[in-house]
Design a protein around this ligand. Structure first.
Ligand code: TXA
Ligand code: MG
Length: 326
């Protein structure tokens, strides 16, 4: 069988306008930054974000970084703190990601933020990356453009080898080899003291020299939110793999409408589409949680492709209420 590979296009005006059209139509574009190549999609479009997870073959949904061309755009999405402003003035554009509280009207898809109230934002140091983001003029969600569990790519041909055969990846923007080659430093800047969630080339010493704050040792003892057993658990108990609703249930279906009565009826995807289900996952869980039911009963979701990540997230949502599953 002949596999069609994503085309590699040199960064430049023509490449940018083609790439922008792809991002606007919900497709994915791999692009270079100073750290590693990212697999980019429209961060506001939940289905585009779901395609990122599917293309990477990620077994769970870690929150993603939203990339923007300027600090003031980042601060339009996340609430700046004095600490965040100080860090941004010193290290943006550059290999640093700030975790901030989302603004009330933040349009980023809840799949990109894993249903958290926070958001991770980055203004890349690479001028080509910023020119691309400027042209797109939407926040671009982008994890490293490798298959889940593999090494991050630092050249366009690495991306081609890893992910070139993925149908949703419309093109690879070649921006040359990455100068840093290591993922950005992730800093929680919501409080008064910076907390390093992931070490990178903006080092603890650099942050200490800037802020005058001696940092606690970070890294192995701080768990990224995607890894926590239960970071978004509804208040209502959750029962998975249900075949029919009970009367007091908020039902969340997938595919066909439920047989029998329920307190309230929702669906991850009425047409039984896993991409649509991933995109609507957190919003639907929140709605079901707000429905005033005794229990949230969820239909079985096929554990294939991105369905694996959906089931991973659902089992975390149900972690505190397993006794109720039957
Ligand atoms: O250098 C980079 O940061 C690259 C390039 C493409 O920009 N991107 C990257 O993305 O490494 P990714 O998805 O592989 O890593 C995102 C990191 C994860 O460690 C994740 O847990 C953390 O950012 N993160 C994202 N949102 C977060 C949030 N709301 N709170 C805490 N950590 C968050
Ligand atoms: Mg990665």
């Amino acid at each position: 069988m002949r596999v069609v590979m994503a085309k590699i296009v040199s960064a430049g005006l023509l490449g940018f306008s083609e790439a922008t059209a792809h991002i606007h139509s919900g497709k994915l574009v791999a692009f270079g930054t100073e750290t590693v190549y990212g697999l980019g999609g429209n961060a506001v479009d939940g289905e585009a974000v779901a395609r990122i997870f599917r293309a990477k073959g990620r077994p769970s949904f870690n929150p993603l970084i939203s990339h923007v061309p300027q600090a003031d755009i980042a601060f339009g999405l996340g609430k700046p703190t004095p600490l965040a402003q100080m860090l941004a003035a010193a290290f943006w554009p550059g290999p640093m990601t700030l975790v901030l509280e989302q603004r009330e009207n933040c349009p980023i898809s809840s799949l990109a933020t894993s249903g958290l109230d926070s958001i991770a934002l980055r203004v890349p140091g690479s001028e080509l990356a910023r020119a691309f983001l400027q042209e797109v003029s939407l926040p671009v969600a982008a994890p490293s453009a490798n298959r889940s569990g593999r090494i991050s790519p630092t050249r366009a041909d690495h991306v081609q080898d890893e992910l070139g055969a993925e149908a949703d990846i419309a093109m690879i923007l070649d921006m040359g080899p990455c100068v840093e080659g290591l993922e950005s430093t992730v800093i929680d800047a919501r409080g008064q003291k910076p907390v390093i969630l992931r070490p990178g080339s903006v080092t603890a010493e650099m942050i200490r020299d800037l802020t005058g704050v001696q940092l606690e040792k970070a890294g192995h003892d701080i768990v990224s939110p995607g890894q926590l057993a239960s970071h978004y658990a509804p208040r209502t108990p959750v029962a998975l793999n249900q075949s029919t609703p009970k009367e007091n249930d908020a039902w969340i279906g997938f595919g066909d409408a439920p047989q029998g009565k329920a307190h309230a009826v929702f669906s991850f995807s009425e047409k039984g589409d896993l991409i649509e289900a991933a995109a609507s996952l957190y919003d639907t869980l929140r709605q079901a949680d707000a429905a005033g039911a005794k229990r949230i009963a969820i239909a079985p979701i096929p554990a294939e492709g991105i369905g694996t990540a959906i089931n991973d997230r659902l089992s975390r949502a149900a972690a505190g209420s397993l006794a109720l599953s039957d």
